[in-house]
Design a protein around this ligand. Sequence first.
Ligand code: MN
Length: 247
Amino acid sequence: MRNVLFASDLHLSPARPDKIELFFTLLGRCRRHVEAVYLLGDLVEFWLGDDDEDPVHRRLTSALQNLVTSGVTVSVTTGNRDFLMGPQFRKDTGVQLLEDYAVINLHGTPTLLTHGDLLCLKDVQYQQFRQTVREPARQQQFLALSIAERRKIATSTRTDTQKSMLDKDDFIMDVDEPEVLRVMAAHRVARLIHGHTHRAAVHHVTVSDQSGERVVLGDWYTDDQVYWATPTGNRLIPAAILANELA
Ligand code: MN
């Protein structure tokens, strides 16, 4: 058994209880069938800090901890909704927090993992916003506020970077193709897996004259497609169908 699961953009929220149940069912079934799980960002709608006592976040933390305890390697890349996942979350769960770009060996193929927002270079405003909200001093300032104050700021509909700490991404631009090829070549990989754009698909790409692929994970608002990698083949598959297969 060397099965590996990739998922992203769950945006877990009490507004979609069916997706919360589906995700925890899938994680529970992973225990017996999966060697590693990679969660590539935006697991929740807003991660306001590791000290947030939100029930969905507590449940997520404990489910990940159970998975790690049962021997599954769990790695998390943070997204634009949950980049404030920090040391306490890592300690509570035992997951590995990945850098913005991480290369893994997936059944012999060097594979680059990222959330995906960094690839959307055409959204100049977002890239500036991203840089601003990730300044350590600004994060410390934000985390020093009460949870209620943080929530108010995060859910503000205003787009001003001063007022919104966690991006609302109402409209998400697609990735910039030249940037995709650049990061794949720079990391010497034949495969890239990311989420963020909510445009699930497997794209064929040519990197340095070599054939490769870009896998885009689905968002759990609608099609909840995850990437299921086994020694005999990989595929995008709706989470509910995979959960049934693993039952
Ligand atoms: Mn995102």
